[in-house]
Design a protein around this ligand. Structure first.
Ligand SMILES: [Zn+2]
Length: 234
């Protein structure tokens, strides 16, 4: 696919559909593919990881036509993104709110920086799938039926896939980052566990701790290749 010239990449060239609304009422937006959805890439499920939204948006804006087979969600947690919080506006870590066998009602913790202990507390929700953003994303995936989903996160610098599947292997090779079967700590109610329990190939693509410019040069081209539909992993 021919890429747009740099002077044109200031705007997203196509309008998205709305797949629901956040708790605060912001639209949950999806840029649909031109044909059948083979892959879904979503960013910004953690509102403190705005670089994932930036990088995926840049990749989308470089395309000269809609992706043939990849759906794009730039902001899975718009309330968290506008408030700069990891969780949504109700203080829920959406990546611990999915209806999985291991979902637990206990508070969940995360690190405030890569070098700090995991001691910042959020809620996993009042019940599995209690949050509007979670249920809307589930419904979207049930409708699109992608073969695989890539969840963008930062800044752990790895490719995480419990099954070490072919898409994860391709991403590890392209990014030069390690492929891991597990992030190293429990993540009850995570999107990855939800997908695994339903036979959906979910790959967590963790950007490194770096600048937006470095992401643009090192990771946006990989996202562009995925969106352009030229990658065959199955
Ligand atoms: Zn994250």
């Amino acid at each position: 696919m021919k890429l747009r010239p740099r002077q044109d990449i200031g705007t997203i060239p196509w309008e998205p559909d709305t797949y629901g609304n956040s708790h605060l009422g912001f639209p949950l937006e999806v840029w649909r593919p031109a044909r059948t959805c083979k892959l879904l890439i979503h960013a910004g499920i953690h509102g403190e990881e705005g670089e994932t939204t930036f990088a995926l948006s840049r990749a989308l804006r470089l395309l000269s036509e809609p992706s043939p087979d990849c759906a794009v969600v730039l902001a899975a947690n718009p309330d968290g993104l506008i408030r700069g919080t990891r969780g949504n506006a109700r203080g829920v870590d959406l990546n611990r709110n999915f209806p999985t066998r291991d979902w637990r009602p206990d508070p969940v913790t995360h690190r405030s920086t890569l070098t700090d202990p995991s001691d910042v507390v959020l809620s996993p929700g009042s019940a599995p799938g209690s949050e509007a953003e979670t249920t809307a994303l589930i419904r979207l995936i049930e409708e699109l039926k992608p073969e695989a989903v890539i969840a963008l996160h930062a800044p752990l610098a790895c490719i995480d896939d419990a099954k070490l599947g072919p898409l994860a292997q391709w991403l590890a090779e392209r990014t030069g980052m390690p492929l891991v079967a597990d992030i190293g700590y429990p993540t009850p109610g995570s999107f990855g566990s939800w997908g695994a329990e339903r036979g959906i190939a979910v790959v967590t693509y963790e950007f490194p701790l770096t600048t937006n410019d470095a992401l643009f040069y090192e990771h946006v081209p990989i996202l562009v290749d995925l969106l352009a539909g030229g990658v065959s992993w199955s």
